[in-house]
Design a protein around this ligand. Structure first.
Ligand code: KG4
Ligand code: ZN
Length: 349
């Protein structure tokens, strides 16, 4: 089965052609980062207008790269949530029109579930069936969740952020530290330059009280909270204004450590419950070297493999959308054509 995937949930316009759920024949991603850079964050109207402008060319480029004609694909898969409503609508409308006019099946995909699936887009990756049940950590600019994937491939959220996503925490701190946008990569670079001279600064890992009503039945020690961390950095900067690049690098390292420590502790706790055959990590923040190293330790301690996406499939892309569809995921049949863009689409729902 060869699937054309389309992804426009946030600020990347992407299309891909994937064969047999694993073999990426073409993956094209047009990043809007330079368009949003002057504003320090994604501006929804700019994002959707750019999707409208770029998507037709991006789809054509993916098909040409795969040497496929329009009629040779077997299905069209598209993200229908979660994400920005006006961005999702562009991809979903395009996919519906394409599938309808080509007479091909349409498959509606959950973006967060697709991020988990990105770990299988490498030749060395195991077959999904060999590593279920799987613990997956999805960490991006919009999501932070710890997910249980059962042998029947159903997803259950074990924990999630109660406020900011991990990537958002990186982005906000980078802004406060004057490092630029998007914050994750620049903050990581600054943290790498730190020498440890500022080892005295320790930021909180965001403990959550079990009585917190926002938990909605989830276990407190499997959930995340990053908004207090940003406030702690703000307060620190007010009390101790930065004296130069060295201060900035030390603060970046301490801040990154708080995020990485919190994410690793939740994975450690969940794996401690037993029964998992692997730990998978997906989303833009999974590019972070400190996080990868810490999670490798956690996985080794629990004697499970750590599955990581190739760097090009960590951020938003359409290969993961097509792959999940080819592997049986998503909403199909007439129900797919009835889908609406669903900005707060949940996993397993
Ligand atoms: O998955 P993604 O491309 O888009 C969303 O679905 O949100 O993730 C983007 C997020 C941004 O917040 C960005 O700052 C973060 O991933 N990110 C990183 C790194 N590279 C990207 N965070 C930490 N370290 C990185 N190296
Ligand atoms: Zn994403």
């Amino acid at each position: 089965m060869t699937v054309l995937g389309i992804e426009t949930s946030c600020d990347e316009t992407a299309a891909a052609v994937v064969r047999s759920g694993r073999e990426v024949l073409a993956s094209v991603v047009f990043s809007q980062v330079p368009l949003h850079q002057p504003y320090g964050g994604v501006v929804p109207e700019i994002a959707s207008r750019s999707h409208i402008e770029k998507l037709p060319g991006v789809i054509r480029e993916a098909l040409a790269g795969a040497h496929f004609g329009w009629t040779e694909i077997d299905a069209v898969a598209v993200t229908y949530g979660p994400g920005l409503a006006s961005s999702l609508l562009v991809g979903l409308s395009a996919a519906k029109g394409l599938a309808w006019s080509l007479g091909k099946p349409l498959i509606g995909i959950n973006h967060v579930e697709a991020h988990i699936h990105s770990v299988f887009l490498t030749p060395e990756a195991p077959d999904p069936a060999e590593v279920l049940p799987l613990l997956a950590l999805v960490v991006s600019g919009g999501h932070s969740a710890l997910v249980h994937i059962a042998p029947d491939r159903s997803c259950r959220v074990l924990g999630q952020t109660l406020d900011d996503a991990a990537g958002e925490a990186f982005d906000k701190a980078a802004k406060l530290l004057g490092l630029g946008y998007p914050g994750g990569p620049v903050l990581e670079q600054a943290a790498r330059r730190a020498t440890g001279a500022g080892a005295g600064v320790v930021f909180p890992q965001g403990r959550i009280s079990p009585g917190n009503p926002a938990l909605g039945g989830l276990q407190a020690d499997l959930c995340f909270s990053f908004s207090g961390l940003k406030t702690a950095l703000m307060t620190h900067l007010k009390r101790h204004p930065m004296a130069g690049d060295t201060d900035r690098d030390e603060l970046a390292a301490a801040y990154q450590e708080a995020i990485v420590g919190a994410l690793a502790a939740r994975c450690d706790r969940a794996l401690g419950g037993g029964g998992f055959r692997a730990l998978a990590v997906g989303g833009g923040v999974s590019l972070n070297g400190a996080l990868r190293a810490r999670l490798a330790d956690v996985a080794a301690r629990h004697r499970v493999p750590l599955l990581l996406p190739l760097p090009r499939y960590c951020g938003d892309n359409a290969a993961m959308i097509a792959a999940l569809a080819a592997n049986g995921g998503g909403v199909r049949g007439a129900a797919a054509f009835a889908l609406d863009a669903t900005p707060s689409l949940r996993l397993g729902g």
